[in-house]
Design a binder for this molecule. Structure first.
Ligand code: SF4
Length: 98
């Protein structure tokens, strides 16, 4: 490989690596700000990640579904919480009328 070509490819690699290094924390912080748990309400209403018999969040009137049926969603009773499992459950469960 010619010396200047080698230098150019090294410079290109460094630029790419710097871009990744700068973008990584951005992705991390963006995810952090989007994903949130309302621990106060979770504790108060005894939220759990698994169903209680046939009762689960996806069948609850308070559930705000995520992008797909399996994605985490929200709950009208848990302000700001974006990590409610469709298969979760809490004491505020109300049957979803269809
Ligand atoms: Fe799930 Fe409870 Fe919210 Fe209903 S009220 S969606 S059971 S967390």
């Amino acid at each position: 490989m010619h010396a200047s070509t080698k230098q150019n490819s090294r410079r290109t690699w460094l630029k790419a690596a710097t871009g990744v290094a700068l973008a990584a924390p951005l992705v991390f912080f963006t995810r952090q700000s989007l994903a949130a748990k309302n621990d106060t309400m979770r504790t108060a209403l005894k939220y759990q990640d698994k169903p209680e018999g046939a009762k689960q969040c996806s069948g609850c009137a308070q559930f705000v579904p995520g992008k797909t049926a399996k994605d985490l969603g929200g709950c009208k009773a848990f302000p700001g919480d974006t990590e409610i499992a469709p298969t979760g459950y809490c004491l505020a469960w109300v049957e979803l009328k269809k």
